[in-house]
Design a protein around this ligand. Structure first.
Ligand SMILES: Cc1ncc(COP(=O)(O)O)c(C=O)c1O
Length: 370
């Protein structure tokens, strides 16, 4: 049996008529950049996140960049975030001219540790940027408390956390702004690049809508440095269709995760993902922990030989990336992050996986221990 890491063709096959009708409507009306489908998606997605406003953009990276920009972050400011993330989180801070400051993660949830954030606050700190990594929310109450004591902004990186909840609050509704990616492989994925900022603050949403469109309140009048970060009409149409299926897909992801965790819990070689009591984890990725990078790499090779594709997210932490060598970090600076980077393997998890595929992955992961 073959189990790919992800199967976007299978997802398309299941919703093809709805997608084709929605895309045909864009082709018939020629509303290619922004337009009614994007407006409709913005309103639907804000409601889905239990938030007031949303702005459709051309990527999650742009969403982070514009959220930080609209909230006034720039040169001389420090933004505290996690080194255990996809590098785009950090690019966005750098794009504004601000300095990324890293705080280590909690070794169980893999999200930023509130205690570590506290140690990194300086007079230059302007914002905290937690990442709801793998689909599990960061500890938002603890972060909100630190932020309110230090009058800091909170920007959520919710690129992997569509529909995830912290104490029944949806990711996207808790910070000053939250940033989503709709990269095709995400829990809610476009058919190309797309992203959005979600916020409860009208002025922030309006500012982002201006910035994404060349800072152009009326044609050929430009009020400040602007960007072309608009969402495509086709992506808005696709996302509107897929949003209707997202809750069902999330339930299926959670069911697969719980089958995996039940099967692996008793095996001492493995550390299963811990779902914090406060969270509804949406399992964008299912991360299995091994004792070392050697055993992790061996498991990956063994699974591949069995026809199962597993992934690594993320094997080199951002503080050890060449691109950020000027920050002066070295190995050992963030032990929990470095351990996660060396020991975690991502098993296939997506709603279209059949029960047989899930059984097969379980059988092989269990067999590896023997
Ligand atoms: C945690 C995180 N932040 C930011 C991004 C950037 O999103 P995009 O690829 O849509 O620019 C991603 C997506 O890969 C991500 O996983």
């Amino acid at each position: 049996m073959k189990v790919p890491f992800l199967d976007l063709k299978a997802q398309y096959a299941a919703i093809k008529p709805e997608i084709q009708a929605a895309v045909n409507n864009i082709l018939d009306t020629a509303a290619y950049a922004l337009g009614p489908a994007v407006d409709e998606f913005e309103s639907n997605f804000a409601s889905y996140c239990h938030a007031e406003y949303s702005a459709g953009l051309n990527s999650g990276t742009s969403a982070l960049h514009l959220a930080l920009t609209a909230l006034g972050i720039g040169p001389g400011d420090e933004v505290i975030t996690t080194p255990h993330t996809f590098i785009a989180t950090i690019w966005a801070i750098s794009y504004t001219g601000a300095t990324p400051v890293f705080a280590d993660i909690n070794a169980d949830t893999y999200t930023i540790s509130a205690d570590e954030i506290t140690k990194k606050i300086t007079p230059k700190t302007k914002a905290i940027l937690p990442v709801h990594l793998y689909g599990q929310p960061a500890d938002m109450d603890a972060i909100a408390e630190i932020a309110s004591a230090g009058r800091l902004l909170v920007i959520e990186d919710a690129a992997q956390a569509h529909g995830a909840e912290y104490k029944s609050k949806r990711c996207g509704s808790m910070g000053d702004a939250a940033c989503f990616s709709f990269y095709p492989g995400k829990n809610l994925g476009a058919y190309g690049e797309a992203g959005a900022v979600v916020t409860n603050n009208r002025a922030t949403a309006d500012k982002i809508k201006l910035l994404r469109n060349h800072s152009q309140p009326s044609k050929y009048y430009h009020t400040r440095l602007g960007y072309n970060y608009r969402m495509d009409g086709i992506q808005g149409a696709v996302l509107n269709v897929k949003l209707r299926h997202l809750e069902r897909w999330t339930i299926r992801r959670r069911a697969i995760a719980s089958r995996y965790s039940e099967a692996f819990a008793a095996i001492s070689l493995y550390k299963i993902p811990s779902e914090a009591p406060y969270s509804r984890h949406v399992y964008h990725l299912y991360e299995l922990g091994l004792p070392s990078d050697r055993s992790r790499d061996k498991l990956q090779a063994y699974l591949l030989a069995c026809g199962i594709q597993a992934g690594l997210h993320y094997p080199i932490p951002v503080h050890l990336q060449q691109a950020y060598s000027d920050l002066g970090h070295r190995e050992g600076d963030f032990p929990a992050t470095e351990k996660a980077a060396g020991c975690l393997i991502s098993l296939p998890i997506y709603p279209e996986m059949s029960a047989e595929m899930v059984d097969y992955v379980i059988e092989k992961v269990v067999a590896f221990d023997r």
